[in-house]
Design a binder for this molecule. Structure first.
Ligand SMILES: [Zn+2]
Length: 330
């Protein structure tokens, strides 16, 4: 039994395993440029960001119908549940689908169908966060928010993802203001490959309530002090950091230093099909590579529920935290 945890940094498109990719390709008559799942799995061993992004966006071609998004989400939730995830706040990228002719209504309906039955089937409570692709224009982000309006009953917040450098948070000031006016929560990827100033900007200009990644905050002591003081959660993704070379090897990951500094860190899987592991895989990996004590792991699990958007159901949050506190490590 894995420690109970919330997953707060998970791109649903990044949970597409080779087997499901082939099954959906067959169902939709999409030709994949790989002979079989072995060859595709080999392609998942990319060595740099660009080959990852090419694969990632290329494979999305198999996601066409409501059923496809429902099956993808169901498969993730089953894996997450098996790894101790009790609550998941799931990112999706509407623009990556709209741009190839799949409307946001189809995406949200498919995701929603899986989320509706998640508690009953998997014992996992869920929320949905729509992300803007930061390498697309601010106008495109605003159009996406507009397109999402009929579906906001299903969407708790907005995020910002994809290639960070050269696309500072301030580019999206207006769409975040509009999202806030609609009552949406706000998160943003910042300080993964981009500089610490992007984290400060995400807080000041976008009103981000959580920072996704945020690794590079360590380069700015004043920023660290602010993040600690304001209890701003950071959603770290250790295995992702190694695969995308934000750190060279896991043993050099700054997670212990970040916890020692008093930062509210959480551990998540990002794009688990591509980065070598789901939530508990990340917990196990940091435990092994960084020698984290059981109490440190418990702190990470507790933090994940403290950082979750559960303000509408504090009773549930308290129940999850109690599960963490009662957990006995094997
Ligand atoms: Zn991410």
């Amino acid at each position: 039994m894995s420690i109970p945890k919330a997953e707060l940094h998970l791109h649903i498109e990044g949970t597409l395993e080779p087997e499901l990719a082939f099954a959906l390709a067959a169902r939709n008559g999409v030709a994949l440029p790989y002979a079989d799942t072995d060859e595709l799995r080999e392609a998942y061993r990319f060595s740099d960001l660009q080959s990852f992004l090419n694969l990632y966006y290329g494979l999305m071609a198999v996601l066409r119908t409501e059923d496809d998004f429902a099956d993808l989400t169901d498969a993730y939730l089953a894996r997450a549940a098996a790894q101790g995830v009790r609550h998941a706040e799931i990112f999706f990228d509407p623009q990556a689908h709209i741009s190839r002719g799949v409307g946001i209504g189809t995406v949200v309906a498919g995701l929603g169908r899986a989320l509706d039955r998640s508690e009953a089937v998997h014992g996992v409570s869920t929320q949905l966060i729509m992300c803007f692709l930061r390498d697309e224009s601010a106008e495109s982000a605003m159009e996406t928010l507009e397109a999402a309006k009929p579906h906001l009953g299903r969407i708790v917040g907005v995020g910002l993802d994809s290639a960070e450098v050269g696309h500072p948070p301030a580019k999206f000031r207006e769409v975040y203001e509009a999202a806030a006016a609609l009552g949406l929560r706000r998160v943003a990827h910042a300080g993964e490959e981009g500089p610490p100033a992007y984290i400060t900007e995400a807080l000041d200009v976008l009103g981000a309530e959580r920072i996704d990644h945020g690794l590079r905050c360590l380069e700015d002591p004043e920023l660290v002090a602010r993040l600690v003081r304001d209890r701003v959660p950071l959603t770290l993704c250790p295995l992702s950091n190694v695969r995308l070379r934000a750190v060279d090897v896991l043993a050099e990951h700054p997670l212990p230093a970040m916890l020692d500094a008093g930062l509210l860190c959480t551990v998540n899987s990002d794009d688990p099909a591509y980065f070598g592991g789901y939530a508990e895989d990340n917990f196990r990996a940091v435990r092994a590579a960084l020698g984290l004590s059981p109490e440190r792991l418990r702190e990470l699990a507790r933090n994940s529920f403290l950082a979750a958007f559960l303000e509408h159901d504090e009773e549930r949050r308290a129940r999850y935290v109690a599960e963490v506190d009662a957990y006995e490590f094997p």
